[in-house]
Design a protein around this ligand. Sequence first.
Ligand code: 4NP
Length: 159
Amino acid sequence: MPSVLMVCLGNICRSPMAEAVFRHLVQARPDGRDWSVDSAGTGPWHVGSPPYRHTLEVLKTHGITTNHRGRLVCPEDFALFDLILGMDGENLADLRKLAPAGNRAEIRLLGDFDPEGVRVVADPYGKPIERFHELFVQVERACHGLIIELDRRRLGRRP
Ligand code: 4NP
């Protein structure tokens, strides 16, 4: 079953939102319990912290909750997750540097799966809550696209 790690810089705004939205979508599926979804950051400042209040507030307006606490990407993540998705080019470059030799996880941008082709999920930290509502729309769209792509790949693998 697919395992997906969402990654941003602080692990308090974008990636915890992407994790919560993706989990919410996946849980509506009959096979939802078998998917593995998490998020992590490349920067250490918010390790152990809950997501940023605007992220929590926007998720709440969509009936989505999260218990996530900030954590750093670690070497084991590259063995545990099939897919590791950064939000922007900086995350992608950091992930490529952190990846151990012989890494088999697929490292991409979440926006690679956005059907509207918006590849970068921009950092909203310090921006007004309206920016986080826009973030939700972008992230949800890309998460839908990701599910479609993962289903397509799995169908392709069947004999
Ligand atoms: P995130 O946003 O990467 O979407 O969680 C940020 C949160 C905090 C910081 C930077 C980005 N920071 O520098 O503390």
